[in-house]
Design a protein around this ligand. Structure first.
Ligand code: FDA
Ligand code: NAD
Length: 426
């Protein structure tokens, strides 16, 4: 049993949705494109899962957040795929790939053949078991990567109302879920091994603003330690978690956000991997000319920094996907991908954006009292990164522009004095 397509997108997440949109914009013919996804729904904007999806009132639900509403573009419902002659093979895991024969074998036993493959398999959440902790398959322990996880989390939150949640990990998932839990009137303690939250990006000064804000909402922090075990009562209901520093925290539920691993396993030994992802060139093309990789799974040249990176953010998934399709459909007209890394988050009434690279000296600006504040990163005498909380659209555009321009900085204290004004007047 088998089917053949010109183009196959393996994975049905954010990158797949944006790639499909780009294929249609560029005139793909009916019957040429197929998307195979383990998830049972058409591609959607994954960021909704840790934000609107978890709200107690008027929560976001599909079909409201199918791609590409996150970029204020048309919403690609299953009907859209049908109307455009795109085959959606949903609820179907690909269990092996043969890039030499250009075939994918699904868990249902079908062989799907392609001329061009776009790998958009994203990533999976790391499990506590990978850090030597057991018991995370318990009913009240939640991870958050896909819709099934989000539905489970919503159910666990509903049955834990007024109770205690422990959030393991101080990264994106931890911060965004902690905010949603508090809004849902659940008591939250965050536990993470670092000295402050969002250690991969925030400076101690930036982190302390957000931690204070979270404390004002009732969130407690236990830092510098990790979870070692769970306690359950005789009915297998969770009662507490134990930490390496000896603390026991009462817990009705736990959310774990301790990082991800890109889903590369189908291609190990077949494609060149680098920095944990599938290595691609500036056209998102892998070491095999018929295979492209986009989104969380791709390690691509970030031209502005002159090195390859693997990014785990939605803007990069959207733009790398569009770029791969442009390169496939119109190779002679498509220049090298020239991407400015962009990360953001929204929690409570707060909202920040970051552009570029968080390396070098940091210059903070603004009042750090809840109004607008931010930071520049200056490396080898040039601005390489910018962060802003509470900015306007124009201000965010200004910090993006300045980061791309990489202006030379002679005097850091002068930059500090000028603050946001430096970006606005450049
Ligand atoms: P994505 O994970 O979206 O899709 C991968 C797809 O491939 C999935 O559908 C999966 O089932 C499928 N798949 C994998 N292996 C398969 C196989 N063998 N066979 C078939 N299908 C397979 N970023 C940001 O910038 N701002 C934000 O606010 C957020 N918020 C956010 C919230 C939550 C809860 C998560 C989990 C992530 C975010 N992110 C984010 C990150 C962002 O969502 C992420 O970078 C993109 O979804 C990456 O898009 P991809 O398409 O690469 O992977
Ligand atoms: P992360 O990398 O942001 O954070 C991982 C956190 O895990 C670290 O900050 C650390 O505190 C903690 N940690 C590491 N090892 C640990 C251990 N043994 N025990 C306890 N804690 C440990 O990853 P995440 O928060 O799990 O997010 C998963 C993915 O989802 C990432 O790719 C992220 O980019 C994406 N995401 C992004 C956004 C956004 O961009 N706004 C929002 C949600 C999710």
């Amino acid at each position: 049993m088998g089917r053949a397509f010109v183009y196959v997108i393996l994975g049905g997440g954010v990158a797949a949705g944006y790639a499909a949109h780009e294929f249609v914009k560029r005139g793909v013919s009916h019957g040429e494109l197929c998307i195979i996804s383990e998830e049972p729904v058409a591609p959607y904007e994954r960021p909704a899962l840790s934000k609107g999806y978890l709200l107690p009132e008027d929560p976001a639900r599909l079909p409201a957040f199918h791609c590409c509403v996150g970029s204020n573009e048309e919403r690609l419902t299953p009907k859209w795929y049908k109307e455009n002659g795109i085959e959606l093979v949903l609820g179907t895991r690909v269990k092996s790939a043969d890039v030499r024969r250009k075939t994918l074998l699904t868990a249902t036993g079908e062989t799907i053949t392609y001329k061009i493959l776009i790998v958009a398999t994203g990533a999976r959440a790391l499990k506590l078991e990978e850090f030597g902790v057991s018991g995370s398959d318990a009913e009240s322990v939640c991870y958050l990567r896909d819709l099934a996880d989000a539905n489970r989390l919503v159910n666990v939150m509903q049955s834990s109302g007024g109770g205690n949640a422990v959030v393991i990990g101080g990264g994106y998932i931890g911060m965004e879920c902690a905010a949603s839990l508090v809004i849902g009137k659940i008591n939250v303690t965050m536990v993470f091994p670092e000295a402050h939250c969002m250690a991969r990006l925030f400076t101690p000064k930036i982190a302390s603003f957000y931690e204070e804000f979270y404390r004002s909402k009732g969130v407690k922090f236990v830092k510098g330690t990790v979870l070692t075990s769970f306690d359950f009562d005789s009915n297998e209901k969770m009662t507490a978690v134990n930490l390496r520093d000896g603390t026991k925290l009462p817990a009705d539920m736990v959310i774990v956000g301790i990082g991800i691993r890109p889903n590369t396993s189908l291609f190990e030994g077949q494609l060149t991997l680098e920095k944990g992802g599938i290595k691609v060139n500036g056209q998102m093309q892998s070491s095999n000319g018929s295979v492209y990789a986009v989104g969380d799974v791709a390690t691509f040249p970030v031209k502005i920094f002159g090195e390859t990176r693997r990014l785990e953010h939605v803007d990069s998934a959207r733009k790398s996907a569009r770029h791969a399709v442009a390169a496939i459909m119109e190779p002679e007209k498509t220049a090298e991908f020239d991407y400015l890394p962009f990360f953001y988050s929204r929690v409570f009434t707060l909202s920040w954006q970051f552009y570029g690279d968080s390396t070098g000296d940091v210059v903070h600006f603004g009042d750090f009292l809840g109004n607008s504040f931010g930071a520049y990163w200056v490396n080898k005498g040039h601005v390489v990164g910018s962060f802003l909380e509470g900015g306007t659209k124009e201000e965010y555009q200004a910090i993006a522009k300045i980061t791309r321009l990489k202006p030379a900085i002679e005097d850091l204290s002068d930059l500090e004095t000028q603050g946001l004004g430096f970006a606005l007047t450049l």
